[in-house]
Design a protein around this ligand. Structure first.
Ligand SMILES: NC(=O)c1ccc[n+]([C@@H]2O[C@H](COP(=O)([O-])OP(=O)(O)OC[C@H]3O[C@@H](n4cnc5c(N)ncnc54)[C@H](OP(=O)(O)O)[C@@H]3O)[C@@H](O)[C@H]2O)c1
Length: 217
């Protein structure tokens, strides 16, 4: 797959690197520092390259949106026409100092994003885990008990693409339903962040959902 990374920070750099390592064609974009993008592409290898957001979007089968909420409009404007594109978004609708969600309960960041780019096919994924766990999960991708990753969206084809990428990273994708379910997944991320960054066991935190067979008492 050709994957354009819009936002090459903690999430975009790691996910883009992993996507390149499993054989996808990756273009890293959107940083203040062109040399950082070049270095990132070089260290990811497998033909990864750096580019502008427009170049990342141009022939992409999927775009990873990984910018702060305050940069979403800017990066989308720079990406240009994203009609028909799959946009896998890990961006959360956080305020400037990342202390609270600015969209919640009656809508979600992902739904707000989908309204901004109504012709794109938005899937919400990857936001429920901290960046610190991504390489660890990737290393364990062949293990039998893989951690879960919830995702949601309204376009079946786009969700299939997202599920493939989730599997590529080493998670077991859990389809949580339509995009409006991001109203639940986005606040769940704040719980994950609390446990990862305020707990005592470090930030490399993932989760695993298990459905158990009901037993009669
Ligand atoms: N970090 C996590 O663990 C985590 C987990 C779940 C969800 N999220 C969400 O994922 C999204 C991305 O988070 P992140 O932690 O990866 O963010 P980040 O490290 O701050 O990365 C954002 C990227 O956007 C670039 N950028 C910002 N302003 C720019 C500008 N004016 N011009 C050009 N480039 C600009 C940054 O450039 P530089 O390269 O120059 O910094 C960086 O590459 C956020 O919405 C966040 O809430 C993050």
């Amino acid at each position: 797959m050709r994957i354009g990374i819009l936002g090459s920070g903690l999430m975009g750099a790691k996910l883009g690197t992993i996507f390149a390592r499993v054989g996808h064609h990756v273009v890293f974009s959107y940083s203040h520092d062109q040399r950082k993008l070049d270095r990132l592409a070089q260290s990811a290898g497998h033909g990864a390259r750096s580019g502008t957001p427009a170049e990342a979007a141009e022939s992409a089968d999927a775009l990873l949106l990984a910018v702060h909420w305050s940069r979403v409009s800017d990066v989308l404007e720079k990406a240009g026409d994203v009609s028909g594109k799959v946009i896998v978004s890990c961006s959360l609708p956080m305020n400037a100092d990342d202390t609270t969600l600015v969209v919640a309960h009656t809508s979600s960041g992902s739904e707000t994003l989908a309204k901004k780019v109504p012709k794109a096919r938005v899937v919400s994924a990857f936001s429920t885990v901290p960046s610190e766990v991504l390489f660890t999960v990737f290393s364990g991708r062949r293990s039998r008990k893989r951690p879960s990753l919830v995702y949601c969206g309204d376009d079946a084809g786009a969700k299939k693409t997202a599920a493939r990428l989730i599997r590529d990273v080493g998670f077991e994708p859990v389809d949580a339903g339509p995009l409006r379910i991001a109203r639940y997944t986005e606040p769940f991320t704040l719980l994950m962040a609390q446990l990862a960054y305020e707990g005592t066991r470090g930030p490399a935190l993932a989760y695993r959902l298990e459905w158990r067979r009901e037993r009669k008492a």
